[in-house]
Design a protein around this ligand. Structure first.
Ligand code: UD1
Ligand code: CA
Length: 487
């Protein structure tokens, strides 16, 4: 019985990314690149994964521990002396009872677990020394080429830089993914030399060392694309997005062409994700909910039947069943919008709970608040929650009515069923069922309009005439003007 382990190479400099960050931490669909091969190896049956780290190793290690816990360990390759040297660095961390190892690169994130499982099975059949994944492309520039013997057996891999013109014409490439018997791998990696264009220890030289006892498996080229620069990063991400979207479409979700859904998002059947929507992190969208054009949701929970209208931005928010949000709403962290509640255009909420059926339909800021069931918050209402030092709560009781353009100076409570008159600045608690009104009484001056109009028009006419009498300023020949002096 084979005990399968995995080694993922991720110590390289990633020079071609031109980045201050390790290549394997660059994200694809919201997930650092390294997560993909590690997950694929575990899903293909590896008991544990040894990731070889070098550049930014503390950061990469911290990320792996956070994400995978004990199933992943790291080995340090202090100096990046090639892929063969990286495997050398990993071998002491491989458990003694492991008999075969999958070897993968941290920069080939699209490889499916099924292809790795097949590769391991292919090697196990006849207990071969080695099995490797190959692919064919029209332009194989940069990849190692597969050299085959007279009877078609794999004899060696030749790196692009070391290849002759005839070898460069070969379109079958090395994917950089192998399954090796561990006793063979230890011996072959131990014997590697640096007789090549880059003066590095090439892992690919183990293929010649297998001396014909190497199986090959040809896989789909798209799945084996390596990410060496940001052009390839974009191509790989586009492919991942397509796979994620198609996966949800097959599961009964309508996903429009330009929607972008992170790998970590969960959707329920009959949800609709419109054009230009971005769903990130732990966002979940319930059955029948609709996320309309251009909305951006981060770590947000949308319950069944809810509607998020165009261009709303929601972060760490909860949206209740059949609630309606937006267009152009901004739900900030800890916003909790109850069932059937409405948040309209240009409304911002933060750490605020709305009860069932409560409404804030236009232009409002609701921070550190609670709005009871069926309450109505009028246009232009502000919860003045911050005094420059601390935040204070605003509590609005069930069925209360807050008139437009009111300010609620927190901490303050408006009781159940109370009214706040339009334009009121509420500084004291309002008892249940009371009416709070705080504004200057209105005075109507009868017939004042025409008088005012006549006065204003006379003043404008006088100003115009005074302007016409004054001589036009003369610009001196020097081009400079002196204030207060005329020629
Ligand atoms: C490698 C293969 C090539 C294959 C291609 C497939 C070698 C010599 N060449 O080339 O045959 O076609 O992958 O994508 O193996 N790494 C380390 N330590 C090092 C050097 C690299 O950990 O000292 C890691 C890198 O972080 C990377 C992986 O190994 O994840 C591959 O290295 P890279 O330099 O990208 O190799 P390629 O030139 O792509
Ligand atoms: Ca590479």
């Amino acid at each position: 019985m084979t005990e399968l382990t995995a080694i993922v190479l991720a110590a390289g400099q990633g020079t071609r990314m031109k980045s201050s960050r390790a290549k394997v931490l660059h994200e694809l669909c919201g997930c650092p690149m390294i997560d993909f091969p590690v997950r694929a190896a575990l899903a293909a049956g590896a008991r544990e994964v040894v990731v070889v780290v070098g550049r930014d190793r503390d950061e990469v290690t911290a990320h792996l521990v956070r994400t995978f816990g004990a199933s992943v360990r790291t080995a340090i390759q202090a100096e990046q002396r090639g892929t063969g040297d990286a495997v050398r660095a990993a071998l002491p961390s491989v458990p003694d009872d492991a008999t075969a190892a999958l070897v993968l690169c941290g920069d080939t994130p699209l490889v499916p677990a099924a292809a790795l499982a097949e590769l391991a099975a292919e090697r196990a059949r006849g207990d071969r020394r080695l099995a490797l994944l190959t692919f064919e492309v029209a332009d194989p520039t940069g990849y190692g080429r597969i050299l085959r013997g007279a009877s078609g057996e794999v004899r060696a891999v030749r790196e692009h830089r070391d290849a002759s013109a005839a070898e460069r014409a070969i379109r079958e490439c090395n994917a950089g993914m192998y399954c090796a018997r561990l006793d063979f791998l230890r011996a072959a990696v131990g014997a590697l030399g640096t007789d090549n264009a880059q003066r590095e220890l090439y892992l690919t030289d183990i293929v010649a060392a297998a001396d014909g006892d190497a199986a090959s498996l040809c896989a789909d080229a798209t799945s084996l694309t390596g990410v060496n620069d940001r052009v390839q990063l974009a191509a790989v991400e586009a492919e991942l997005h397509r796979r994620i979207a198609d996966g949800w479409r097959r599961a009964g979700v309508t996903v429009r062409e330009s929607a972008r859904i992170d790998a970590s998002v969960a959707l329920e059947p009959d949800a609709t994700i419109e054009h230009g929507v971005v769903l990130r992190g732990s966002t979940r969208v319930g059955r029948g909910a609709r996320i309309d054009v251009g909305a951006v949701l981060v770590d947000t929970d949308v319950a069944e039947g809810a509607l998020v209208k165009p261009y709303s931005v929601c972060t760490r928010a909860r949206i209740g069943p059949r609630a309606e949000i937006g267009p152009f709403a901004h739900l900030r962290p800890d916003s909790d919008i109850g069932p059937e509640a409405h948040i309209g255009n240009f409304v911002e909420t933060k750490k605020t709970r709305l009860g069932r059926g409560a409404k804030a339909n236009h232009l409002a800021y609701l921070g550190d608040g609670e709005v009871g069931e069926g309450a109505n918050v009028g246009a232009g209402t502000i919860f003045c929650n911050y005094d420059g030092f601390s935040k204070h709560p605003t509590i609005i009781g069930a069925r209360a009515f807050i008139g437009s353009d009111s300010q609620l100076v927190a901490p303050v409570t408006v009781g159940e069923g109370a009214y706040v008159a339009t334009g009121t600045t509420v500084t004291k608690d309002v008892p249940p069922d009371a009416l709070a009104i705080a504004r200057a009484p209105q005075e109507n001056k009868l017939g004042y309009g025409p008088r005012l109009r006549a006065r204003l028009s006379a003043r404008a006419k006088a100003a115009k005439e005074a302007g016409a009498r004054a001589p036009a300023p003369v610009v001196p020949a020097t081009g400079a003007t002196e204030p207060g002096k005329r020629d």
